[in-house]
Ligand binder design. Structure first.
Ligand SMILES: *[C@@H]1O[C@H](CO)[C@@H](O)[C@H](O)[C@H]1NC(C)=O
Ligand SMILES: *[C@@H]1O[C@H](CO)[C@@H](O)[C@H](O)[C@H]1NC(C)=O
Ligand SMILES: *[C@@H]1O[C@H](CO)[C@@H](O)[C@H](O)[C@H]1NC(C)=O
Length: 510
């Protein structure tokens, strides 16, 4: 009774305070992460909040000159955009053209090399904020109410701690859920929760469970060596006392994970983890006239939409010719987002564009299939509109994402380095002609839309809630206690690995 009363009082306080809006500080991010964050920030502004985004002098995607409704807090970094692009091209080249032809040892050596470079760049970014007296002074005098971060660049937790701000995180994943598990205490029993990037599903046989355990443990070890150790040293130096970054991250009030049960497999949860996959999705708008004409000319056969995402604009001439030859054999009309030279084998049914209104095309009644690199943003647009997919995964989480879609029967994947014009053509024909793909993706679409509020509204609700209700002072974080205990359970579950899932749940029931 008393508890209920105090919750009521808190809610009342919220109502009073919310009429004023709050000041939200946003940590810098990059690429598709920034694309994902913008709609949330727009909605926060709509609700009367003041949004200030930290923006580095070098970024591939963030641009402080772009007209927008939020404010920017620019800071200088000792890096050029060229450096960033070079690192990205290295990662891309490794993932696309080298990895498939290397042994595991060579892969790990190269991977750590890239990870170390990435860490160096992250530290330079952080220097630009933490070691700049004017910026720190501005942040301290900014009287912010909350820090909102996509944790791809470290430092947000340190600043939240220094400024004494509640912290809300928005992320798609960390490798092997390291951040979510180690810092956020999210349980991930390796017997049925596949590690992100492991390309496993929730249905694993014994050897797959074993490799899942090995994947978790090896990644944890490497991430500790290459990420947590240097970050801890950095934080300790700044704060002047031994500091654990993971502990600071663990103080986050809300974790907004950008997936949902249309995409993810069932897994144990904590109450401060919210699943908001599809934040950027929206209904389709009418197409530009020229594109609409081309789409209508497809007749009953319909169209295929093809994009390899915002980061990969061209491929080698040889690959482009092979892809074009595959597309030329389809009865559909094809709209291909591609900025390279026009391939010689391009069929009369295919048009290439520098840019396509992807969401509007996917929402068009004539769209039969989507050929995608398997980024979460594109996958979510396809789920939202119910379009079956053909995956050509390239780097990062993309192969793992496509494994999810294949496991749910909504996609077929082909391998970038090993596909032929026939295998790509057959994959597209399969997802269009075998009705089960359309049915399955429609089922996912139903799950996606079947929630009390849109993912964007839910994300904003929890951001509002975390500072308005002062619950960073311990209101909901009672759950961290439960989390710690479940954490112990997930260790035990390593030993229970060989047990079938139902028996496992039965045991946990005690
Ligand atoms: C940033 O945005 C401005 C205004 O839209 C534009 O003129 C400029 O070219 C952009 N800069 C980059 C690097 O994209
Ligand atoms: C893509 O285009 C860029 C710039 O035009 C070029 O440097 C790069 O080599 C091209 N990539 C491939 C795979 O052809
Ligand atoms: C497709 O690839 C095969 C070899 O895999 C080749 O013989 C054939 O000519 C190609 N088809 C087209 C239309 O280019």
């Amino acid at each position: 009774m008393e508890l209920r009363l105090s919750v009521c009082v808190l809610l009342l306080l919220c109502a009073v305070k919310s009429s004023n809006g709050g000041k939200i500080l946003v940590w810098y991010t990059e690429a598709s992460h920034w694309i994902n964050m913008k709609p949330v920030l727009e909605t926060l502004v709509d609700r009367g909040h003041q949004v200030t985004v930290l923006i580095p002098s070098a970024s591939m995607f963030m641009n402080s000159s772009e007209p927008s409704r939020f404010q920017y807090e620019p800071f200088d970094v000792d890096i050029s955009v060229k450096d960033l692009e070079r690192l990205f091209q290295d990662v891309l080249h490794f993932s696309l053209y080298e990895m498939d032809f290397m042994n595991p040892y060579e892969i790990s050596v190269k991977f750590f090399d890239l990870m170390k470079n990435n860490m160096k760049i992250s530290v330079k970014f952080l220097d630009g904020v933490v070691k700049s007296k004017p910026i720190m002074k501005k942040l301290k005098e900014g009287n912010y109410d909350l820090l909102f971060a996509d944790p791809i660049y470290p430092g947000y937790d340190l600043i939240a701690d220094i400024l004494g701000l509640p912290l809300v995180l928005s992320l798609r994943f960390s490798i092997a859920h390291n951040l979510e598990r180690m810092c956020g205490q999210l349980p991930a029993p390796p017997s049925f929760v596949p590690a992100v990037m492991s390309k496993l599903t929730d249905k694993m046989d014994f050897s797959e469970r074993l490799s899942n355990v090995l994947f978790y443990t090896s990644q944890d070890f490497l991430i500790r060596q290459f990420m947590w150790k240097p970050i801890d040293e950095y934080y300790s130096e700044i704060k002047g006392t031994p500091t654990s970054a993971c502990e600071l991250v663990g103080k986050a009030d809300i974790w907004l994970l950008r997936t949902y049960w249309d995409f993810d497999f069932p897994r144990p949860l904590l109450p401060n983890f919210k699943f908001v996959g599809g934040i950027h999705c929206k209904p389709a708008k009418p197409l530009p006239e020229e594109i609409e004409k081309f789409v209508q000319s497809s007749g009953d056969a319909g169209i295929v939409v093809f994009s390899l995402g915002s980061m990969v604009k061209n491929v080698s001439t040889e690959k482009a010719n092979m892809i074009a030859a595959a597309l030329a054999q389809l009865p559909q009309k094809v709209l291909w987002r591609y900025s390279g030279q026009k391939p010689q084998t391009l069929g009369s049914n295919t048009r290439i564009y520098d840019w396509i209104p992807q969401n509007d095309l996917l929402g068009h009644a004539k769209t039969k299939a989507f050929i995608t690199h398997g980024g979460t943003n594109g996958i979510y647009e396809a789920i939202y509109h119910g379009v079956p997919m053909v995956g050509i995964p390239m780097f990062g989480d993309q192969p793992d994402n496509m494994v999810h879609m294949e496991a749910k029967g909504a996609a077929v994947s082909v391998k970038f380095n090993f596909m032929t014009n026939e295998s790509l053509r057959d994959a597209v024909n399969t997802v269009i002609n075998d009705k089960s793909y359309k049915e399955n993706v429609m089922r996912l679409s139903k799950i996606h839309h079947d929630r009390p509020m849109s993912p964007r509204d839910e994300a904003v609700f929890w951001i509002d809630f975390s500072f308005l209700c002062c619950f960073h002072q311990g209101f909901l974080r009672e759950c961290a206690f439960v989390g710690e205990h479940l954490g112990a359970f997930s260790c035990i579950s390593v030993f229970l690995l060989f047990l079938p899932q139902t028996v496992y749940f039965y045991l946990i029931g005690f």
